[in-house]
Ligand binder design. Structure first.
Ligand SMILES: Cc1ncc(C[n+]2csc(CCOP(=O)(O)OP(=O)(O)O)c2C)c(N)n1
Ligand SMILES: [Mg+2]
Length: 194
């Protein structure tokens, strides 16, 4: 994966650290890494939308932690995905639910950009996002919030998030070139123009 933060490596670390976690996610290309690199061991341990609904992950994590307070609950969200329901951090804080939210930030609606480059290479419309500082946003709710820009920072950051004793959010800044686990934006565009 291009860039300093490799999502696959982060997930590989996480699956060793908390193999029995409940994993939730919404919709977006970020979820492709989760589904490629996470290993599900226990039932129930996956909450995800069969319909592909964005915004599902954070409220699902809140519910999972209410039902299974003794289990680690980790939500994977995209930046666009998270902005649809991220305010439910308030509910997590209100009910004292120490969930961990990982916001994969590529600054765009990556899935839609992927389809644009496949069908209309180079014609980018309405898929760039101007995002808030996600870690600061989390802290405004009383949650633990940090920004991670390199793979090497992830193990310590996830440790702090897992042991914060309150809701926690890590913003994982990935290179937008890494459009999915298989290819890059540049390659995708080149392939479509051929
Ligand atoms: C509620 C809802 N609105 C729109 C869509 C269409 N859609 C699917 S993925 C996606 C973009 C996801 O962006 P992001 O969460 O940033 O994830 P990325 O693909 O960039 O990893 C959109 C708009 C959807 N699935 N659900
Ligand atoms: Mg995105």
């Amino acid at each position: 994966m291009p860039g300093a933060l490799d999502l696959g490596d982060c997930i590989a670390h996480l699956r060793e650290r908390v193999p029995d976690a409940i994993i939730t996610n919404g919709a977006g290309n970020f979820s492709a890494w989760v589904h490629r690199f996470w290993r599900f061991h226990d039932y129930p341990s996956q909450l995800a939308p069969t319909s592909g609904a964005m915004g599902y992950g954070v409220p699902a994590a809140v519910t999972a932690k209410l039902v299974h307070p003794g289990r680690t609950v980790i939500c994977f969200a995209g930046d666009g995905d998270f902005l649809m329901s991220g305010q439910e951090l308030a509910t997590a804080f209100q009910y004292d639910l120490p969930i961990v939210v990982l916001v994969v930030n590529n600054g765009m609606y990556g899935t839609i950009r992927m389809h644009q480059e496949r069908s209309y290479p180079g014609r980018v419309v309405g898929t760039d996002l101007v995002n808030p500082d996600f870690a600061a946003y989390a802290r405004a709710f009383g949650a633990h919030g940090e920004t991670v820009t390199e793979t090497s920072q992830f193990p310590d950051a996830i440790e702090r998030a897992l042991t914060a004793g309150r809701p926690a959010l890590l913003e994982l800044k990935i290179d937008p070139e890494g459009i999915n686990p298989r290819t890059t934006l540049t390659q995708l565009r080149a392939d479509s123009l051929r």
